[in-house]
Design a protein around this ligand. Sequence first.
Ligand SMILES: Cc1cc2nc3c(=O)[nH]c(=O)nc-3n(C[C@H](O)[C@H](O)[C@H](O)COP(=O)(O)OP(=O)(O)OC[C@H]3O[C@@H](n4cnc5c(N)ncnc54)[C@H](O)[C@@H]3O)c2cc1C
Length: 269
Amino acid sequence: MAQALEKLGRAQGAEYRYDTPVKRILTRDGRVSGVELPSGEILDADAVVFNGDANALASGALGDNVRPAARAITPQQRGLSAVTWCLHAQTRGLELQHHNVFFANDYPSEFSAIFAERRITQQPTIYVCAQDRSESTRMVEGERGRERLLLLVNAPADGDRGGIDDATLSTLERHVFDLLERCGLQIERQTGDGVVTRPQDFERLFPCTGGALYGRANHGAFASFEKPASQTAIGGLYLAGGSAHPGPGIPMATLSGRLAAARLAADAA
Ligand SMILES: Cc1cc2nc3c(=O)[nH]c(=O)nc-3n(C[C@H](O)[C@H](O)[C@H](O)COP(=O)(O)OP(=O)(O)OC[C@H]3O[C@@H](n4cnc5c(N)ncnc54)[C@H](O)[C@@H]3O)c2cc1C
């Protein structure tokens, strides 16, 4: 998806600047006028589509002038964060599908621990994505080598308030791999293999989220309708991405990009 979008953009004359944070979004007379990079370089713009988390705007991380573009959310209103393990390892014992969920005994208690007590449960349900597999590429026990795995357990989005410490992580990790074993899945790995990402790491990747991966929580009948729309109170500044309407996930985030593009084109016309 990302490569297809990049190719399409280039064909339309777009230029890409990777690994280039935007320090501030600039405005003049209440309208967007460009962005400032950490080097001090200024890129003039008639319109800016921001697809970082909308809470970054509301909390002033992109400048006080653009705070009115979105409403701030409290840490309690954030959706889930996660601890993930990315591994390249051999598996045995159980034939994985592309998507696999290994349920703990008490699934609801995981969510009361996260949302009411702001802590990670030590008996979590585990999602395993075996990304080299699809329905048509089943691997045969004994023939397969190492494969790419993403393991994910839910966590509170408190990555900007300490996150998960080393001791909690190491107990959690033991429980995660014990549960997988009890369910019949052995993953051949050494402690320290692969890449572990905690809420505090997701906070660094997605600033002002506390590590929330899916924008604001969808608690209650109306929360889904409280996500910010593509148009903001600042002329020429538009929102897209997982924290904007209609919500997180690649299909939804893509729709939000289309909505922002349509709004921008209509305003420009
Ligand atoms: C481990 C994981 C698992 C997930 N699983 C699911 C799932 O199962 N289902 C689901 O629906 N969703 C899931 N999501 C969420 C989903 O991936 C996101 O909703 C979606 O990727 C959002 O896409 P996006 O393009 O809006 O934003 P992102 O992919 O978050 O891209 C935004 C980019 O903007 C960059 N950025 C932010 N601020 C600045 C700045 N000031 N200057 C420059 N760049 C900046 C960020 O670094 C980031 O690269 C998951 C996310 C993660 C991390």
